[in-house]
Structure formats: C-alpha cells, structure tokens
Design a protein around this ligand. Sequence first.
Ligand code: ASP
Ligand code: MG
Length: 422
Amino acid sequence: MKIFKFGGASVKDAAGVRNLAQILQAYQGQPLVVVVSAMGKTTNALEDVAAAYYQGNPAEAMTRWQTVRAYHKGIMRDLAGDDITQTFQIVLESFDKIKTYLLRPVEGSFDQVYDLIVSLGELISTQIIAAYLRKLKMPVKWTDARLLIRTDGTFREGKVDWEETEWLIQDYSKSIPPQTITITQGFMGRSADGNTTTLGREGSDYSAAIFAYCLNADDVTIWKDVPGVLNADPKWFDDTQLIPELTYQDAIELAYYGATVIHPKTIKPLQNKKIKLYVRSFLEPAAPGTVVGEFNNHLPVPSFIFKINQTLISLHPKDFSFIAEDNLSRIFSRFAEAGVKINLMQHTAISFSVAVDNHPEKIPALIDQLREDFRVSYNGGLELITIRYYNQETIDRVCVNKKVLLEQKSRYTVQLIVKDLG
Ligand code: ASP
Ligand code: MG
C-alpha cells in the first residue's frame, strides 16, 4: 500500500488535475490511498466565507462563496467540457447544499462553523478529482475522511484518537478490492459526537501520515511544486541544494523550526513504524526527490529556516524574585491559555525572553495578562533564523545587514532573532 498526498498547489487548475491523473496512472494496479487538499488557495477563501457568515453577514458570505464556486466550476468545465452536469453531478449537489447552509442561522461556536465551512474545500476537490478519474475509467473510490479519522472535540486543531482511527481505517481497508485507488481528504476528521473537525492549517501531510501509520503502508509520497526538501526556501536563497536523504530526526527538527515543506506532525507516526517518506515534484514525477528515513548520516549541508513576523517578548519580575520554577510555571500557563506557541526562549536570573509569531488577535491580550506579574518589553517585526548544522560562516552569511537581538546555540542548531537594518 502506498499513500500519496497532493497539496493545493498541485491541483490549482485543470492542468494540475490532469497531471495528478497521469501520475496515478503510472502507479495503477497497486492499492493507493490518495490524500488531497483543497484546490489552490480555496482554504483561505473559505476562511473568509466562514468569517462573514459567522459575523452575521450572509450576503457577503454568499458573494465570497460564489467566487469559490465559480473557481471550481471553471476547473470542472475545463475538465469535462459540456459534460459538466453529467460528470460532476455530485459536486453540483454539494454546491446546492452549501448554499442552503449559508442561508440558515448560525449554530455553534466560530471554530465549529469554521471547520464545517473550511473543510468543504477538501470535500469539493476530492469529489472533482474522483469524478474526473472515474471518467478516465480508473478504479477509484471516493471516501469521506470523516468516517475514518476520529478526533477529540477540539475544533481547528483536532487531536487524533489513534486507537479508534486505526480501527476505522483498518476496517475500511478490508472492504476495498485490491487495486482500488482511494481518494480522500486531507486535514479533516470527525469527533465522537459527530462534528466535523480539522487538524490545523496545512494538516493534509499529517492526514497522509495517519493513513500510512494505520495501514502499515510501504511508503508515503508528498507531491510538491519543489524538487524535494531543499536546504533553504528558494524564496530567500538563490543557491539552494536538494537534500537527497534526510533522517527522521533532521526532518522533524527542520519542520518544527518552520521549514514549510513538511508539516511538523507528519514525521513522528512514520518514524515509529519506519515508513519512508518521499518528497517529490509533481512537475517532474520521474525525479527521485528526497527520501526521509533511517539513515546514519546527518544533513550533507547546513539548512536555513527563516520565520518572519516574529515578536520578542521579554519579562522581568516586578518583585525581587528570580526567573525560577514558580515564575516559569506562571509564564508557561499564560502562554498555553492564550494558545501562543513559543518559537524560542532564553532566560537569565532576572529576565525571560521568548520569540513568538505575531498574532495580532492573541499577543496584545497576552501581554496585558503578563503585565500583572512582570515588567514586559517587546519588539515586533523581527525574524527568527534557524541554521541546522551551522558554522561561523553560515551565521555571518545570514547576519549581513541585521542586528542580532538574541542568539541560542546547541550542538547542531543555532537560532537567531534578528532585526533587519536594510
Ligand atoms: N487545505 C488546508 C490548508 O490549506 C490543508 C492543507 O492544505 O494541508 O490549510
Ligand atoms: Mg491547502
């Protein structure tokens, strides 16, 4: 069994869907589970639909939804020509249901509404793709991932119930004939009480890993618009290098520090079962890409990860206490309650500094809370640079025209909070 994952960029237009079909055709004859994201930037667009709907602005929600609908209709028309009603009947029915939903009064919390609306992107993309593959006479089965991935009730960040999910997925796999290509959605699941949940933005890679783990798959392939895992984002560096082999450990570290090529939660389930992960280009499907697995060697080259939009928050106790266990536990619980993830931290006897993503809806409120116990200073508009397998030369390279506000080194990794002076 192989698991494939296709992200939004790979199916952003009809050419992308045709290309996906061509890749699958090359693997026909073996069982495949294909996890697909929403097409192009649909998730962002649906976030706007959800916001307008929840804010009690159904007209605006409907207008935004119609843009999403028109985009998908364009793709279907390109794929099916005049045959759109026949080929994509099921998608058109889904569109009608969504319209009806948006005309109803809001029920539930924003996060609940968000998951219901945003997950439509995946449902629609997989319905379109399955219908198109069926038209090509491929042995596909469209499957609702909510029947297979069980989560707790946390909307927008559902925690997987592994035991139940494993049972559901294995049971499903017994029911499908060999050689079937299962087409299912990334990023979504269902709670025990029947609500649609999502696994957090960009969570489709994680879905692929969940399927792989539960099916004891041979391997997982994430098809991307880059040739594999590179040692830096080409957005920032022009002389990037492809990493042909990557250990699970390095892959986890890189993803955790913010390399967006793989979702950080993806690796661990695969590592636990020693399932290989390939990252390959859907534009060059014959190229080998990167393989993540159990290797003895480190990364062959230093890797660079840049995270922009960072805020550095520094705390100093108002009384004469030190930054010790009691203060630390108070600080950490404030961050946890505010749902703010710490990207980097450092402390001295009387000060504690953390770098966080600048969420305008969370950070000011958190700072107000922290001010009850601490003197707080903060500095926005910063960058967090991580170099794995650094040396002085690589540090000098990234610090040109930057002021370093904080530096932290461990054996293999250096992290720098910098301000751009350019
Ligand atoms: N469509 C979702 C998102 O854009 C999930 C994913 O692409 O992995 O966040
Ligand atoms: Mg996406």
